[in-house]
Design a protein around this ligand. Structure first.
Ligand SMILES: CC(=O)N[C@H]1[C@@H](OP(=O)(O)OP(=O)(O)OC[C@H]2O[C@@H](n3ccc(=O)[nH]c3=O)[C@H](O)[C@@H]2O)O[C@H](CO)[C@@H](O)[C@@H]1O
Ligand SMILES: C=C(OP(=O)(O)O)C(=O)O
Length: 429
């Protein structure tokens, strides 16, 4: 196990290339199960969630060629079977829940262990199950695994009680080969949902309305392979934008779709940060003093919960009081204790964090409890005086491709070291 050593205080400058979107990739890979011939996906991010999903598809008989150097995965689903996956790697990531929709859609049955992923408080999947049941599946939870079985899947009208990215995509996956029409109402509108619908459409599916709150799917008998390129990762892009605002001089965030990060751009400008955009880039010009602002996380196109944690770190460097409210997850504040350890003046009240800035941060030994807590602490470490030792890198590696390489390219000073025996013991206890 390793820790990231971050020597803070070096201003960042230059251009950073953004990878393909994690939250698209982790849905597109399971979607390939639904095809009868090979699917190739490019602009693939080199992150551990992608490797785990490649392994899971191999476990069910898929031929998977994964080349991180070429940023590409080729999946031949011809010999896949409905192998039960009640335990093991499914528990290591959230997106293993997409194996439920994809295997149900292809084989009319699936057994998948309950998913893992970031611990952000309760993350139920009742809306996924409600959708599968409406399509005609019997769903039971037996000893921590979800058993799904259907004689035949039939299209249905499904109203989601909660706007859910995962449930919207999972129901699409199960419905594309069902008999008749499925209508998903109160669907989520995230760009990753459009990306999955684009892949499925190239495979021969009939989907209208992805990206709006009503999605209509006309089931087809079979789907074929195709090639698809993943959209840029708006959360990785947002993380580098936040870093640039915290400790950048002039930083260009390249290979992105700027309107995907409109809500962040608006908040950065409100703080007094200069942001320019063109077709596929954002330029952040940090001119020094920043004003505190309030943010409330919302479903897309609102401010993304996945940027709330790194943005909280940025607010410790802004003057005045800022309030951050997370309306999506009630316990996404595990980074706050670590920020306090570094000198931040932040308290949590219910679903909100109240930040009093501006406070200088000092390097410290801190631990990432989840993926974006890790991102928040990387921002803090690079901003702080002295050296920060960040452990819990297995979370960070789920979502940031080549983190050190990209940051070194911007002039940051950081490196990985092995955990000492004492530190290993602390992790185990
Ligand atoms: C792999 C992936 O794409 N992960 C993203 C996805 O997670 P995920 O798909 O898990 O998040 P959802 O959009 O489903 O969750 C949104 C809210 O709905 C609730 N809910 C969800 C489903 C359900 O059946 N019942 C229910 O009550 C959740 O507890 C949460 O409060 O969207 C989140 C919200 O943008 C992001 O933080 C995650 O990065
Ligand atoms: C919460 C996240 O991921 P996951 O849903 O995969 O746990 C995230 O990407 O911030």
């Amino acid at each position: 196990m390793e820790k990231l050593m971050i020597e803070g205080g070096h201003p960042l400058e230059g251009t950073v290339q953004i990878s393909g979107a994690k939250n698209s990739a982790v849905a597109l890979i399971p979607a390939a199960i639904l095809a009868d011939t090979p699917v190739t996906i490019d602009n693939l991010p080199g992150i551990s969630d992608v490797q785990l999903l490649g392994d899971l598809l191999r476990e069910i008989g898929g031929e998977v060629e994964l080349s991180l150097a070429d940023q590409e995965i080729k999946i031949d689903p011809s010999n896949m079977i409905a192998m039960p996956l009640p335990n093991g790697k499914v528990k290591k990531l959230r997106a293993s829940y997409y194996l439920m929709g994809a295997m149900l859609g292809k084989f009319n049955k699936a057994v998948i262990g309950l998913p893992g992923g970031c611990n952000l408080g309760p993350r139920p999947i009742d809306q996924h199950i409600k959708g599968f049941e409406a399509l005609g599946a019997r769903v039971t939870n037996e000893q921590g695994a979800i058993y799904l079985r259907a004689e035949e899947l039939r299209g249905a009208r499904i109203y989601l009680d909660v706007v859910s990215v995962g449930a919207t995509i999972n129901i699409m996956l199960a419905a594309v080969r069902a008999k008749g029409q499925t209508i998903i109402e109160n669907a989520a509108k995230e760009p990753e949902i459009i990306d999955v619908a684009t892949l499925l459409t190239s495979m021969g599916a009939k989907i209208k309305g992805a990206g709006t709150n009503v999605i209509r799917i006309d089931g087809v008998d079979s789907l074929k392979g195709c090639r698809h390129s993943i959209i840029p990762d708006r959360i990785e892009a947002g993380t580098y934008m936040i870093l640039a605002a915290a400790i950048g001089q002039k930083v260009i965030i390249d290979n992105i779709i700027p309107y995907h990060v409109d809500s962040l751009i608006a908040k950065l400008r409100e703080m007094g940060v200069s942001v320019e955009t063109n077709d596929d880039q954002v330029l952040i010009h940090n001119t020094g003093e920043k004003k505190g602002v309030d943010i409330k996380t919302l479903v897309y196109p609102g401010f993304p919960t996945d940027l709330q944690q790194p943005f909280t770190t940025l607010l410790t460097q802004a003057s005045g009081t800022s309030i951050v409210t997370d309306t999506i997850y009630n316990a996404r504040f595990k980074h706050i204790d670590e920020l306090r350890r570094m000198g931040a003046n932040v308290k949590v009240e219910g679903r909100s964090a109240i930040i009093n800035g501006k406070t200088p941060l000092q390097g410290a030994k801190v631990r990432a409890s989840d993926l974006r807590a890790g991102a928040a602490l990387v921002v803090a470490g690079l901003t702080a005086e002295g050296v920060t030792e960040l452990s819990g890198l297995e979370h960070v590696d789920r979502g940031y491709e080549n983190l050190e390489k990209k940051l070194l390219g911007l002039g940051a000073k950081l490196w990985r070291e092995k955990l000492t025996e004492d530190e290993m013991d602390q992790v185990k206890s």
